[in-house]
Design a protein around this ligand. Sequence first.
Ligand code: 6PG
Length: 242
Amino acid sequence: MTEPTIIRHDSAETFVAEIRDELVLLAQQAIDQRGVFRISLSGGSTPKRLYESLVKTALDFSKVEWFWGDERNVPHEHPDSNYRMVKEALLDPARVPEKNVFPVPVDPQDPAAAATRYEVTLRERFGVSDGDKAFPQWDLVLLGLGDDAHTASLFPETRALDVGDRWFVENWVEKFSAYRYTLTAPAINSGRNVWFLVSGSNKRQAMQQLLGGECDPARIPASLIRPSRYYCTADALPEQPR
Ligand code: 6PG
């Protein structure tokens, strides 16, 4: 198991620019090798700047398939929808072909059925039949980090943290009194590349826990994840000894 690389940026601008350039490079390699780049997107404010920056790049949008690593249990037009955020930041401005976009089929009345439907879609796209114990080989999984060390919609003390035989589930989050949808930890860790995007001093404690090797999934859900890279702005990292 290789240790993750920590990439530290003093400015938000260079933070976004490097992730953008690295993502485009990775996409080109995947497309050259396999003809497609399958990416799992994160919600939240940090990745939004990245999505906006992708609009004007040389990314071959015809060969990229867009998925969501987590979603809120609200209609796609709702202000809290991660799909809506990506649609406004990237999909519409870049005129991404609709056939390449796979939003979570949210059903506020029956989140369990919606999560199951999405897993069927994921299995179809990755060519993994139901019952096959393999997990999705994402080309890239993008993840944010909450100040409570949640990632995707794997929140502390929630049931999805213990799920090991599903790819995608509904997850009741008591603190919101609402369901969320999320990839499970094994369905994230199966990615060829798993990048955390972390910005803001309110993430410092969670980063300290992760870099310190604290492994307590119920309290630190992000400790379940085996990332390849942490992209961090300096304010999200523990102070460096002088
Ligand atoms: C979501 C995200 C969530 C997010 C973290 C960090 O749906 O909100 O997937 O896991 O990544 O809450 O969000 P920020 O980057 O906005 O701090």
